[in-house]
Design a protein around this ligand. Structure first.
Ligand code: GAL
Ligand code: CA
Length: 338
């Protein structure tokens, strides 16, 4: 009996190893983007994941989770049953990290979460092979806020339309509960308070997505609002995608207000050059993609995740690699045009 068990165990281990690598011996990473409909994740991060995977000589199996966490859970099950060497996962629901972590842990597969940080307290400590790659969410808001304060001070004579020394703003928030949406909202507005400038929020839109079309419809309704439509002095957008929608609505109404985004998408850089947007903040998706794969490849090989790289994993319990944001204005936007 013992011999039979041992035999079965040997076969299972053998199968396990065989499943790990492809026939060509390449490392396989199972990855997703929470939706291919997101212009930053799909337009900046995904292409670099694909390009960098090729550069590194690994196989990237990447899928669209179509903004559906249940779908992502199933996709992770499939990756695990295929025996991928590591997982690189962009959560749909930031409060659903534990589901993914538990699956990876049960299969003993290293997991890199990227772009959308887990919000469940303590969840990163539940598995020794999970790490996060993203940014410091608050930093984008701080930088965007500082840009807006500096520009307000320079342009106050024209920007303070009603001359009350207060900034009447509207804010396009993005996905509620998303750490980036929440922190950017708080920090960008706080920058005015920190500079001793009073603000008044006329309206805020928390859409379920970061999407251009929805933001355009919202901005149309704000501009035509009979109570405050004429009083808007500043449009704060938590990403460029929504800023594009806001700009389209302003163009239709022939009303042009100061407009700030985050991400530094190519189109936003062009708009800054054309004085259609006042500023954005580089969300360095290229380096986030590279860090994600660097960590995943190292983890798949049982190495220290940062071995041979310059990435730093925070030792504050977040297990995060945080890529820096950079202010982008008319003065430096050309540096970011590739
Ligand atoms: C943010 C980015 C947004 C959106 C979001 C998706 O970091 O600024 O544009 O892509 O991630 O999770
Ligand atoms: Ca005012």
């Amino acid at each position: 009996m013992k011999k039979v068990l041992l035999f079965v165990a040997v076969i299972l281990i053998g199968l396990g190893f065989a499943a790990c690598k492809q026939d060509d011996g390449k490392i396989v990473i199972g990855a997703n983007i929470y939706t291919y409909g997101d212009n930053f994740m799909n337009g900046v991060v995904r292409p670099e994941l694909e390009r960098y995977a090729e550069e590194k000589g690994i196989t990237l199996d990447i899928v669209d989770s179509e903004n559906d966490q249940a779908k992502l859970n199933d996709q992770v099950d499939v990756f695990i049953s295929k025996g991928v060497d590591a997982l690189a996962i962009n959560l749909v629901d930031p409060a659903a990290a534990s589901t993914i972590i538990n699956k990876a842990k049960a299969a003993d597969i290293p997991l890199i979460l990227f772009n959308k940080e887990a919000t469940e307290a303590g969840v990163m400590a539940t598995y020794d092979k999970v790490w996060y790659v993203g940014t410091d969410s608050a930093e984008a808001g701080v930088i965007q806020g500082e840009m807006m304060v500096a520009d307000w001070n320079l342009n106050k004579a024209t920007w303070d339309k009603n001359g009350d020394n207060k900034v009447q703003y509207v804010l396009l928030k993005g996905e509620p509960g998303h750490p980036d949406a929440e922190a950017r909202t708080t920090e960008s507005v706080k920058a005015f308070a920190d500079a001793g400038i009073e603000v008044e929020q006329l309206a805020i839109q928390a859409s379920t997505t970061w999407n251009t079309g929805e933001a355009q419809a919202t901005m149309q309704s704000w501009l035509s609002n009979t109570t405050f439509g004429d009083n808007i002095e500043l449009v704060i957008s938590n990403n460029d995608g929504m800023a594009f929608g806001a700009y389209a609505a302003m163009e239709e109404a022939n009303i042009f207000l100061p407009l700030y985004g985050v991400d530094a998408l190519t189109e936003a850089l062009t708009m800054i050059g054309d004085d259609e947007m006042n500023g954005t903040v580089l969300n360095d998706g290229v380096n986030q993609a590279r860090a994600t794969l660097d960590l995943a490849i190292n983890a798949a090989q049982g190495k220290d995740v940062t071995e041979g790289t310059d990435w730093v994993v925070k030792s504050d319990g977040t297990k995060a690699v945080r890529v820096a944001y950079v202010a982008v204005t008319k003065a430096n936007y050309q540096d970011f045009l590739s």
